[in-house]
Design a protein around this ligand. Sequence first.
Ligand SMILES: Cc1ncc(COP(=O)(O)O)c(C=O)c1O
Length: 337
Amino acid sequence: MESFDWKSLGFGYRKTDYNVRCYWRNGEWGELEISSSETINLHIAATALHYGQEAFEGLKAFKGKDGKVRIFRMDENAKRMQDSSDGILLAKLPVEKFQEAVRIAIKMNKQYIPPYESGASLYIRPLLIGSGPQIGVKPADEYLFMVFVMPVGPYFPQGFMPTDLVIMRGYDRAAPQGTGKYKVGGNYAASLVEGKKAKHGGFSAVLYLDSKEKKYLDECGPANFFGIKNNTYITPLSDSILPSITNKSLMVLAEEMGLKVERRKVPYEELPEFEEVGACGTAAVISPIKRIYDADLDKEFLYGEKPGIWSTKLYNKLRAIQYGDEPDKYGWTEIVE
Ligand SMILES: Cc1ncc(COP(=O)(O)O)c(C=O)c1O
């Protein structure tokens, strides 16, 4: 194993020793298999390649001060993959099988789990693909589920820092009644052009408006959006955004901290009213936003150079639960024995 400078790892692919696979053939799931190969042998007519019949997940495991490894809300990821499967007609993987595959992938690669002090974590990537051949647009008759893991560095190696978002009405990642609420590859392919443009302009992500009327906030690239005003945590309710597990957790914590929580349509006009805004997701927990630039109207909304009080509190609280620094009274973490 190469030795890692955990802090400078960043978020990128790293080879680890083993991955876990499971095939769906003749109408049923087989046994979990362990592989040391980074590649798969795939039919040239697999539906994942031609028609995007593919769903994935992203979650993390954390090593605590006590040396224990905790996986965060894995059951939620397993259920979300089942929802994605319903959305694009993939064979549905039982929750228990998903969980067992993740546990095995972590245990088999335990030397890659970053130490507590590094602030880094082990990223877990489950994916499910249509592996059987079709040339007509139809679901496959064979599926392959895989889990691989890799160490990823702390999202904020220089400390918890706000970034900028951009609004560009010329791009949508998902149609109003399309697949935006599923974690399927096609949505991400559809976001690459504007994502690249945003990065090029110095923004961390695109803040999408609803694709039907462009009146309401949807989400930010690969993260949900929230705003805080008048002691209220407000996050968009929309059929075309991914139900973020981080956001779901933050809503619980916000309420417990005494904030009111509102999940509702958030009109664009509300942007100047927020005292704090942030993007939330597995990658960063919370990425505070200091500026939203509306590229079509050449207008900007400013939220301060430093992370807001509530964003900081929520970030610290959720991370403390993930790393086991604070007791998990919600049953969100599972210790890998
Ligand atoms: C489009 C999109 N929205 C939101 C999120 C955040 O979801 P979660 O908190 O479950 O990571 C992600 C990342 O998974 C995403 O890809």
